[in-house]
Design a binder for this molecule. Sequence first.
Ligand SMILES: Nc1ncnc2c1ncn2[C@@H]1O[C@H](COP(=O)(O)OP(=O)(O)O)[C@@H](O)[C@H]1O
Ligand SMILES: [Mg+2]
Length: 227
Amino acid sequence: MGIIKIEKAGKNFSLGKTIIHALKGVSLEIGKGEFMAIVGPSGSGKSTLLNLIGCIERPSSGTVMIDGTDIGSLSPDELAEIRSSRLGFIFQSFNLLPVLTVAENVEYPLHLGGGEKRTRAEKVAGVLKEVGLERFSSHKPAELSGGQRQRVAIARALVGSPSIILADEPTANLDHRTGEEILNLMKDINRKMGATFVFSTHDPKIMNIADRMVELRDGEITFDHVS
Ligand SMILES: Nc1ncnc2c1ncn2[C@@H]1O[C@H](COP(=O)(O)OP(=O)(O)O)[C@@H](O)[C@H]1O
Ligand SMILES: [Mg+2]
């Protein structure tokens, strides 16, 4: 069974008196270790789908199961626990804290789970090495290039050893070549650690790096291709 299983998930938003149907009965099963891209035009529901998988939002209808748990049945505390123990997040705008160093940014999610200072420092050093930034641990984000900042964000997503990593347009603020490097790094990590990756993109060249591509249009899946 898939590590992520979505059945007829709908998500509505009310905007004044109108209701926006951001997702309309989406069904999707994602296996452990997949490296999957969600593509589609702006407004097609990519972020909404990632937010459902990421336990950031609950579906308006249908079910979203993560590792066999129906997230619709969980309390906000239980959702937060799943987010911190099983999921890693990478964002388009990196979302690093400017006053913290690279190492402190990467360590940040570990503070939510407690643990010893020395163990935390070892984990941080390990993931910074993984993304090739071990020499930059005491730098501030402003001293880094866009690609390096996104590597910091990848290290931060990895530090809690999540089984699922979600990335919402992780290459949108990078030039094409750097974007390709970032996607290739994500793919290496996927191969090496077996973590499941689900990311959205609209760069057609980058889509080819994915093992599977799901296209959304107007809140519905129009294409699902395994390469
Ligand atoms: N919090 C929200 N409130 C109201 N409408 C929203 C909200 N989030 C998304 N939407 C709407 O849902 C649709 C899908 O949005 P989104 O998932 O962000 O698409 P994408 O990421 O593919 O650009 C859009 O019409 C968007 O305006
Ligand atoms: Mg989006």
